[in-house]
Write a protein that binds this ligand. Sequence first.
Ligand SMILES: [Cu+2]
Length: 582
Amino acid sequence: MVIQIPFGFVSLLLVAEAAKVHQTLIIDTIYPYPTSVKPIISANYSFPGPLIEAYENDTLIIRVINRLLVPSIIHWHGMHQIGTPGMDGAVGITQCAIPPQSKMIYKFKAEPAGTTWYHGHVLEQYTDGLYGPLIIRRRNELNGRHYDSERILMVSDWYNNCAHTHLLRWYLSPHNSNGYEPSPDAIVVNGKFTQSLFIPLSGSSRVRFRIINTAAFSMYTVSIDGLPLHVIELDQTDTLSYTVSSFNISVAQRVSFYISLNEIDLHYTASGGSATSSLFIRFQAVLSMYPVDIVNYIPPYELPRYPYPTFFNPLYLAILSLDSTNAPPTYRASQPTPTLQNTVTPLDTNLLAARPLHHNDDGIPTATHYLSVVIALASDKDGIKRSYLNNVTYSSDANYMHVRPDPTQGITSDEYAPLLHQMAIKPDSLGISPPRIEAGSPLPTIQSDGQGHYLVPYQAVVDLYLSNTDVDSHPFHLHGFNFWIIATSDYPEAEYLYYDNYVQRDVVSVPGSGWAKVRFVANNPGAWLFHCHIEWHMSGGMALAFIVSPQQLLTQGYTIPKNQKNLCQALREFNAENETNN
Ligand SMILES: [Cu+2]
């Protein structure tokens, strides 16, 4: 499926005022491939799920209906949810999971504009297919002059086995004492396997591609043979055109670029003496991410299902058809890519050299608070490799991540009392100290309860220093905010080169054995998850929650809505019934 945007429709809407955009998402399993026995968890019986689009500041009203046999949820990645902290869709943090045969209506402002996605956020359901594109348009798209049509490409890991019942069970077991992440079996783009996705240009010569990494684990290097890529958006931040030959995209990150066919390299069009009418779009999995030699590896949990082993192919090829005939390229994919003129190869995964389109004349606010977060993986007493942030592995009944007894005081991991509700119920007894001066920073340091809950004052400007003791990179995502990426160990000069004009993203790839420094403004009271977006690490406890000002939350009039109490009660009843049945 190539998702094409009807442009006539869009221009008609340009004059409209902020509107209400209604959508229903039914979560249910499907079997999209006759040869695959794996059930895909889908939104609206489609994989990926349907495109949801709106204009900036529209109100999205999305009815999510769970038809699975287990609880489910949808998270609206990158939406700031200002004033709607209960609509983030993070189980145990902002709400209870939606039990089977129940529904929830999400209502929130489409903000900020840009390329993003929605996805499952419990029981590793997005790894099994529960995701789709979410595009928030600006009424005045300044970069819009560069292109006349656009395509959305969602690149993802494909696993032959079910994520929660099979892969996670193995991942967090003593049988996997090395902590090897489950190995993806293939790459899919828009739900299609390699060399089966055709993208006809349909007469368009200047095309914007919105690339969304919806993988559970993999990072990819993206390029198009013979064409420079002009990057114009990182996550939901517009950038000045930044021309590269290829770029990396880590899990949950988004990159938009445009291409212009008049820049095509003649080495390709003249290939084999006859003009090729199509080009390969390449998604090359970054092999250093994998704990094993993945192209020659059969995981121990793999069932001998086929008469011959199938190995992971790290190079995905989509076919960009210039004349819309969908004929394959006349050159071989193995042919070396000619060096493109006037392009660069970025130094870092986060593309910090891309400059924001909108320069804020006031600069970036000065930090008022500090928090250092040490990322680690280590074996517990049972020989299970778990993930730790500041020596704490996140434990939550609600997220099926129960690894230690519930604390008797302060914040509990009660499955029926998400953090947001606890903030409203006991704002003064959450058991977390206010910030205080500590060694390591002249700024007051954000404190936690020792259980991964960090109390942040309203309007604090927080410098997060992420220090990675693991050899692999980790893509960290912050709910409810974006952050300025000040620098990383892959590009430390960025702090000085781009002083006061850092780029904002909502996922930062923290380099292996390195660090990243980011800054955010805690202007949105609520409970916000901060976690590695690699599904296996997240479920292994690589998460923490920012508790942003319970007092301000109440001052702004937050009370736990009745329908949210009902949802928690419905989950309680579902669980009770299930326990009786088992
Ligand atoms: Cu990670």
